[in-house]
Design a protein around this ligand. Structure first.
Ligand code: ATP
Length: 441
């Protein structure tokens, strides 16, 4: 993880937020390459969930919602973690996660295990960030930064269903920021206080819910595989009765093996929420979120299958999955490669003129300007070709295109594959089709 954090900073993927002031606790900024990587992941999700289906509609609900929303959802009363403080080291820990924590003064022990530890009784700590709406800081105007995007979907269930004339079963999907004042954030962008969720609520007729639950569980696993995450690093974790959240009838996590001390951790939750949320909103708002099934002439409150995945957590999984160090035959220096799936790589191809002379840069720039209409591409004319390859390998660029003196005479260039290191001589007029074909795989 340390190597990855340093690469992410050095190569413009992820920076600590407000770094010049010493950083904000567990909040991160995405740099030029990071924003492209995360955007590609979000686009793939949006395409899979919304654009390629007739039965899911998109939504972009506001972060600030009516405070009653969070009473209805159970977050005001129940979105709490048990917190303990250590009077000796002033450390703060989750009482239910002490096994995973380390004593800051004696890292070989967990909090409470070393002689000098003095843990307080556990007390409940609400994870929602509070702020005030309007000019007066009085309790009547307290609002919350949403801790999940899902509630924006529930309160819009009828708006979307009626405006889009959707019939159950159908879903609503959205991507947006969520905020949690986590007690023990950390592990880079794994657990942060500000993050992005990609959530989809699928509304189904009661009785058909378990069938849909199984289907969504499978479809979501396949989506992670389509990002290039290794099958052996992905597995399901089924929630036991004791682990189930208050709203859930059944739940599976998709977990990813982050390696090291983290091991397998949740990256996505697939939940059968029953009619908990819609019924709660009915109770608190007095509005009936009932669906009228015209064909069978019946009314009911649909059940909900939810798929909830963190964009940042998947970004981290993709980075961990992709990072490798390898030796190169015939060269002393090894290389660091981000073997990102081509569809999420921030730069798809880099164009290099072999030298800065004889019109090679102009030739290369013409290629750059042509390709950039279709793909994010980069141009580099500094340093040896070997160094330029290394720079692109490290940020996951799948193809490097070199323009050499022969290019000027026969209009061909060399295309080098990041993973196989194979080099093809390609006609410039065929370059666009060549890349399109390779990137589509
Ligand atoms: P955890 O047990 O890890 O705290 P959770 O069960 O509370 O997660 P959910 O409420 O189900 O998580 O949220 C759905 C998804 O949102 C998670 O699978 C994860 O990818 C992402 N997520 C949740 N909390 C955070 C966070 N603090 N930082 C980054 N991503 C998060």
């Amino acid at each position: 993880m340390d190597k990855l954090v340093s690469l992410c900073k050095r190569r413009g993927f992820i920076f600590q937020s407000s770094e010049i002031y010493g950083g904000t606790g567990s909040v991160w900024d995405y740099g030029p390459l990071g924003v492209e990587l995360k955007k590609n992941i979000k686009d793939r999700w949006w395409n899979a969930m919304v654009r390629s289906r007739d039965d899911i509609e998109g939504l972009d609900a506001a972060i600030l919602m009516h405070p009653r929303t969070w009473e209805a959802s159970g977050h005001v009363a129940g979105f709490v973690d048990p917190l303990v403080d250590c009077k000796t080291c002033k450390g703060r820990f989750r009482a239910d996660k002490l096994e995973d924590a380390r004593c800051p003064q004696k890292p070989s022990k967990r909090p409470g295990q070393a002689d000098q530890c003095a843990l307080t009784e556990a007390r409940n700590f609400n994870l929602m960030f509070k702020t005030y709406m309007g000019a007066l800081e009085e309790s009547a105007s307290v609002v919350y930064l949403r801790p999940e995007t899902a509630q924006g979907i529930f309160v819009n269930f009828l708006n979307v269903q009626q405006s889009m004339r959707q019939k159950v079963p159908f879903g609503i999907a959205q991507i947006g920021k969520a905020f949690r004042n986590e007690i023990t954030p950390g592990n880079f962008i794994f657990r942060t206080r500000e993050f992005e969720q990609m959530e989809m609520q699928f509304f189904v007729e009661p009785g058909t819910d378990m069938e849909w639950f199984d289907q969504w569980k499978q479809m979501r696993l396949e989506w992670h595989l389509s990002l290039g995450l290794s099958p052996e690093r992905l597995k399901f974790h089924q929630h036991t009765a004791g682990e189930l959240a208050h709203y859930a009838r059944a739940a599976f996590d998709v977990t990813f093996d982050f390696g090291g001390t983290l091991g397998f951790q949740e990256i996505e939750g697939v939940h059968n929420r029953g009619d908990f949320d819609l019924t709660q909103h009915q109770t608190f708002s007095g509005k009936k979120p009932e669906y009228y099934d015209q064909v069978n002439n019946k009314r009911y409150v649909p059940y909900v299958i939810e798929t909830s995945v963190g964009a940042d957590r998947v970004t981290l999984a993709a980075l961990v999955n992709a990072y490798r160090e390898e030796s190169v035959e015939g060269e002393d220096e090894g290389r660091v490669v981000l073997g990102l799936h081509a569809s999420i790589a921030p730069i798809k191809a880099a164009i290099f003129p072999l030298t800065k002379k004889d019109g090679l840069p102009d030739f290369a720039r013409n290629i750059l300007n042509d390709l950039r209409k279709s793909f994010p591409v980069d141009y580099d004319e500094t340093g040896s070709i070997g160094k330029r390859y290394r720079r692109q390998d490290e940020v996951g660029t799948p193809f490097c295109i070199t323009v050499d003196p022969q290019s000027l005479t026969d209009q061909t260039v060399t295309v080098r594959d990041r993973d196989t290191l194979a080099q093809d001589r390609v006609d410039v007029t065929q370059l666009h089709a060549y890349l399109t074909n390779k990137l589509a795989r």
